[in-house]
Ligand binder design. Structure first.
Ligand SMILES: [Zn+2]
Length: 328
């Protein structure tokens, strides 16, 4: 999270890539294909579990999961949910129960670490610990269902701030049988959700609606922006991977979010199917302390300059309102 806000600065720092490395990158558009997208959710079971308290937490977490899963099911959309073990524990008994439906049918569970640390601050052993401890609830669940735990997503999409650490982290994931989960579309849902939570807490219904509408409008812009970015960088549009969080604004708007894709001709696929595309054959190969979407990473690997400042920000009034200490 809070990744794209620093991209403009990152892009200005781009330096010419090693020519040998650029040449080694294969073309990724073997044949024309239809537009596809994988829907992914981070911070299951509920993004605020373990951070926000209150008696309502369990009920809110349950309602959030039910709404998201129902919205996906009604359109028969596959999805993967990445779990933070600390958030499972924070919910007590219902923590694991909320994950059960994600372990059936077209849904899948993935690992998002035990404590959601910033990997820039971890050595390899500490990172390995986070991966293994992150399996405490989900690995037995997945294996009991006759499935395989296949994907890990880094907190903040921080894949390693040096080549050495990035490669060491990759080896850890390989040891544990994981594929690195990619991300190509960021809608800053956490910014809108912070504003949304504030409006809900104040029972400001008009503001709740206004934030929902602004979130959908911004998502429409971002879906198109990243499709265009990826097309410019790769020469074709690879399967997209939408990064969302298990939060209340997505619970309220999931059908509208899916509608944005459906109305522009996208077909929904699993993360596995999306990442079978050649664009994902290798994990991103440049080190950064930030968490940019894959389009920016693919650009960097190909020595293509992209002006990240052209990417629109969420509306200023939403960002302002999302700060609980800011005056109304
Ligand atoms: Zn996360």
């Amino acid at each position: 999270m809070r990744t794209r806000l620093v991209m403009a600065g990152l892009v200005l720092l781009l330096t010419p890539a090693d020519p040998a490395r650029s040449q080694a990158i294969e073309p990724v558009c073997p044949s024309p294909h239809d537009r596809t997208v994988a829907i992914t959710f981070d911070d299951l079971p509920y993004t605020r579990a373990g951070d926000a308290g209150g008696q309502e937490l369990a009920a809110v977490a349950r309602a959030t999961n039910e709404a998201i899963l129902a919205g996906l099911a009604v359109r028969n959309v596959p999805a993967i949910g990445f779990v933070v073990e600390r958030r499972v524990q924070a919910l007590g008994e219902i923590g694991q129960a909320l994950l059960e439906p994600w372990n059936t049918g077209q849904f899948e569970l993935g690992n998002h670490s035990a404590n959601h640390p910033d990997s820039n601050t971890l050595d390899v052993d500490a990172f390995r610990r986070e991966v293994i401890d992150g399996e405490a609830t989900i690995r037995p669940m997945v294996e009991k269902a006759g499935r395989t735990l296949r994907f890990f997503r880094f907190p903040y999409n921080h894949l390693g701030d040096t080549d050495q650490r990035r490669e060491a982290f990759e080896r850890v994931l390989g040891e544990r049988g994981y594929h690195l989960a990619g991300s190509t579309i960021d809608t800053s849902d956490y910014v809108f959700d912070a504003a949304y939570e504030r409006a809900l807490a104040r029972s400001d219904t008009a503001m709740v609606r206004r934030i929902e509408d602004a979130y959908i409008d911004y998502s429409r812009v971002e879906i198109a922006y990243y499709a265009d970015l990826n097309r410019k960088v790769l020469g074709c549009e690879p399967p997209g991977i939408l990064l969302l969080h298990a939060n209340r604004i997505n619970a309220a708007t999931i059908d509208r979010i899916l509608g944005l894709f459906r109305s522009t001709g996208y077909r929904f696929v699993s993360l596995e199917e999306a990442q079978a595309h050649p664009a994902y054959r290798q994990p991103p190969r440049f080190a950064t302390k930030f968490g940019p979407m894959w389009g920016y990473r693919w650009a960097r690997e190909r020595d293509l300059k992209v002006n990240g400042s052209k990417e629109e920000e969420p509306p200023a009034w939403v960002t302002r309102y999302s700060d609980p200490d800011a005056p109304l």
